[in-house]
Design a protein around this ligand. Structure first.
Ligand code: 5AD
Ligand code: SF4
Length: 440
């Protein structure tokens, strides 16, 4: 495509979860290592789409973004990776538009394709991908993948097909990445995995580490930072993890623990391998071991065969679990999954109604949960600021993963994205806490 000495420009577009964000930072680092130069989409020769295939809506958004990119820049090289790239139907429908498809789990392909494409020879082994220092978009919040893939095959989910089986990184490699992030002033360190708490690593001495071992070690590192992690599977959430969370002062009390449904019939069809009662018992145990724990969850509505009665069981479980945050998702049929062979029984209007009812239910509970913060001062990290008539509207996240909203006045010592700040909480909403900024 060009001479070996000429730099090539590239742009990475990320869709979906934090795992994709983390992958994209490594793609960027790899391209830079090969002599690439990050640039805007308009100016780039190579454009990489890191895609999400969890739901149909995400898929549509990505496909239209790819088409727009191709129409605007016929000479560019478009690469599709992430959780859509492995799908034969996607490859077929986009084969005239996308130049290269690189499935999420197949990083070796990525390395080789880019080497071919650029004509640049570098001594770079595929194993090096995760040891590459990521090119971070920001340093105050970092996403560190500790494991990838999934062995669970929940019947609705594309992840095991897109990312393959579970693979854990070595503790040494993770700790090195964490230490570097701390050195670069990270305030919020996210440990990531499709099933983060089924992490099973092995160090150079052959000792195996589980997720609580890793949490303890990261917690013991010096520095002023918070540790957050997602997502956890109920099957790997045990007393050791809960006790570790409670003992480790830098570890956020937020445990994101998707339940997916409150109906045992649907849980079975989903292949989740627990019942609603077992899940609720786990929460009871969690609150005994760690009373301050903050539980959030995911629930899918309209899974094939979900009757009104099954749906009511999801409502009932939300009332019992008293989640502090809930992501309600309309079931979306995904090719290749076991559920894609089941007959859909809930139409989209009904899915929407169930989603709205679920949202009303958890929001009424979360507003009550949040009231305990009124009158308290709470530390948070600023995510965004926006000029408004009444001042600088400022949003951030607390240790508990609550959204905090304050308005900074001109007279305040203005704080910006990535700064620590303190707020005096004056009112609450289902989605978070509102107050005024205070000096500490
Ligand atoms: N339809 C709807 N929601 C889904 N999720 C995963 N696959 C699907 C699907 N096919 C949701 C699950 C998971 C979250 C990340 O996305 O609730 O926990
Ligand atoms: Fe998907 Fe289930 Fe694996 Fe989570 S545990 S990534 S929902 S298959």
């Amino acid at each position: 495509m060009q001479s070996r000495t000429e730099k090539f420009s590239f742009h990475v577009k990320v869709f979906g979860c934090q795992m994709n964000q983390a992958d994209s930072e490594r793609f960027s680092a790899f391209l830079v290592a090969l002599g690439g130069k990050p640039d805007s989409e308009e100016n780039s020769k190579i454009i990489i789409f890191v895609s999400c295939g969890v739901r149909q809506t995400a898929e549509q958004k990505i496909v239209s973004s790819i088409k727009k990119s191709r129409n605007g820049r016929p000479g560019s090289i478009l690469i599709l990776t992430g959780c859509l790239a492995h799908r034969p139907d996607v490859q077929k429908s986009l084969r005239e538009i996308v130049d290269i498809f690189i499935p999420a789990g197949q990083l070796s392909d990525f390395v080789n394709e880019i080497k071919n494409l650029t004509g640049l020879e570098k001594d770079f082994k595929v194993d090096d991908f995760y040891t590459l220092k990521p090119l971070r978009e920001e340093t105050f919040r970092v996403f560190i993948p500790i494991m990838t893939g999934c062995n669970n095959f929940c019947s609705y989910c594309v992840v095991p097909y897109a990312r393959g089986r579970e693979v854990s990184r070595s503790p040494e490699e993770i700790l090195e990445e964490v230490k570097l992030a701390i050195k670069n002033d990270a305030k919020e360190i996210f440990l990531l995995g499709q099933n983060v708490n089924s992490y099973k690593g092995e160090d150079g001495k052959g000792t195996s580490w589980d997720f609580p071992d890793l949490l303890k070690k990261v917690n013991s590192l010096r520095g002023d930072f918070w540790i957050k992690f997602l997502s956890s599977h109920p099957k790997d959430t045990d007393a050791k993890l809960l006790k570790t969370m409670s003992d480790c002062k830098k570890v956020s009390p937020n445990l994101h623990l998707p339940i997916q449904s409150g109906s045992n019939k649907i849980l079975k069809l989903m292949n989740r391998k627990y019942t609603a009662e077992k899940y609720l018992n786990l929460l009871k145990k969690a609150k005994e071991i760690y009373p301050e724990i903050v539980i959030s969850s995911d629930i899918i509505v309209g899974f094939p065969g979900e009757s009104e009665k099954d749906f009511e069981k999801s409502i009932a479980v939300v009332k019992k679990a008293r989640f502090e945050m809930l992501y309600s998702l309309k079931y979306s049929k995904r090719p290749q999954t076991a559920a894609s062979k089941m007959k859909e029984t809930v139409d989209s209007l009904e899915k929407k109604r169930r989603q709205q009812e679920l949202d009303r239910t958890w929001k009424a509970i979360s507003v009550k949960n949040n009231q305990k913060f009124i009158g308290k001062q709470i530390k948070f990290i600023i995510n965004s600021t926006k000029e408004t008539a009444s001042g600088l509207l400022t949003l951030g996240k607390s240790f508990e993963e609550k959204t905090v909203c304050v308005t900074q006045k001109k007279s305040d010592n203005i704080k910006v994205r990535g700064d620590w700040a303190w707020a005096q909480i004056e009112s609450v909403s289902p989605l978070g806490l509102k107050g005024k900024i205070v000096k500490k």
